[in-house]
Structures are given as structure tokens and as C-alpha cells.
Design a protein around this ligand. Structure first.
Ligand code: 3YE
Length: 191
């Protein structure tokens, strides 16, 4: 059985899609052991509690630097015997030590067709650039942000009258499909 921990900073809609797909058996032989957030009032923590999943807030302001924060993060993750770490709207760049500790065991989802539009507000970047197709990418987390090996991608059209929000929502629908699919593949040892 694979023990999953999810790191989230926000609403947790991708967390919800993972939860749903564990509950309905699409992802089997896996448990979501914990949701850990760097944001005290992240809605992702509320979602976790609703399903009896441990919800943990680790306050970055209590640590002197990134490395100390990540030591605590690893300590917590190890308490839950974490095998697989999923970033789901987690808004921090993970340092080398963390990435090495969970080598090949951290996945992230990003709202663009990587390697295009890395970093923040990828949907706005896509609109500003004028691309006619965008999408989302599930990838392994490596030291360089949004640059690790790609596991799955899905594309969506970009329309003339799209706003950041309409494009974000169209991409999000696909995120909710491919993230559980990628997790299933990983859990089954097929990535
Ligand atoms: N970390 C590594 N590799 C990756 N994190 C994410 C993907 C990914 C990753 O592929 N190593 C905001 C952008 C973060 C930012 O720059 N945050 C700063 C400051 C945080 C703060 O003080 O609030 C930071 O140093 O983390 C997930 C997406 C991360 C986007």
C-alpha cells in the first residue's frame, strides 16, 4: 500500500479529485495519510478533515530559513510513513535536500503544457503570448521548478474571448482528470 501525503496552499480542488479517486477505487492500494499546508486557513485542510485525513499546518514564519522549514516538513512526512508526495497548489519551491530525500517520489501539476509557461500565473502567460492551445502537465519534481520529467499532459483550446479565469477553469477540468490518472500509474509502478 502506497502512503500518500499532499502538500497544498490553497483551495485544494486537485486534492479533492485525488480523494474522490481513492474513495471510488480508481486509485487502489493507496491511502491519503495527510494534507500539509504552509497556509493556516487553506481550504485544503478543511477538505482533509472532512474525510478523516490528518490536516497539518506548518507555519513557515516559525523557521529561520527554507532548509529548517523543510526539515520539519520531512519529519512530519516521515511520521506518516509517506511514500509519495503530491504537490497540489503548493506555492513553494522545494530545496535540494527535500527533493533528494523524496527522489522520484514527488509529483506536481502545472497549468500549462510544459516546458512552456513555467512559474506563476501560467494561464495569464499563455493568454499574453497568444497561444491557441494550452493545457496542463503532471511532472516529477526536481530541483529546477517546473522542469522535471513529464508524466502526463492534456491540452485545451484557448479562445479569443478567454480571460485568465475562463482559461483557468477549462484547464482545471483537465487537471482533475490527469492528476488522478498519473497517481494511479505511479502507484501501480507504471511510470
Ligand atoms: N519546487 C521544486 N521543483 C518544482 N515547487 C513547485 C513545483 C516545483 C517546486 O518543480 N524544487 C512562488 C512560486 C512557487 C515562490 O517563488 N515562492 C517562494 C517564496 C514563498 C513565500 O515566501 O511565500 C519560494 O521560495 O518558495 C510548486 C509550484 C511552486 C510555485
Amino acid at each position: 500500500v502506497v502512503n500518500i501525503a499532499v502538500l497544498a496552499s490553497g483551495r485544494g480542488t486537485n486534492l479533492q479529485s485525488i480523494i474522490n479517486n481513492v474513495e471510488n477505487g480508481y486509485i487502489h492500494d493507496a491511502n491519503i495519510k495527510a494534507v500539509i499546508s504552509d497556509v493556516r486557513d487553506a481550504h485544503a485542510l478543511e477538505r482533509a478533515k472532512k474525510y478523516g485525513i490528518s490536516a497539518v499546518f506548518i507555519d513557515p514564519s516559525e523557521f529561520s530559513d527554507k532548509s529548517e522549514y523543510e526539515k520539519e516538513l520531512i519529519k512530519k512526512l516521515e511520521e506518516f510513513n509517506t511514500d509519495l508526495v503530491l504537490l497540489a497548489g503548493f506555492m513553494r519551491i522545494l530545496g535540494n535536500k527535500f527533493v533528494r530525500f523524496y527522489k522520484h517520489r514527488i509529483l506536481n501539476i502545472h497549468p500549462s503544457l510544459l516546458p512552456a509557461f513555467k512559474g506563476l500565473r501560467a494561464q495569464k502567460q499563455a493568454l499574453d503570448y497568444g497561444v491557441k492551445v494550452s493545457g496542463c502537465t503532471v511532472h516529477y519534481v526536481t530541483e529546477d521548478m517546473d522542469s522535471g520529467p513529464i508524466i502526463l499532459q492534456e491540452c485545451v483550446p484557448v479562445y479569443e474571448d478567454d480571460t485568465e479565469e475562463t482559461l483557468e477553469n477549462r484547464i482545471l477540468q483537465e487537471e482533475h482528470e490527469i492528476y488522478p490518472e498519473a497517481v494511479k500509474l505511479w502507484v501501480e509502478g507504471k511510470v
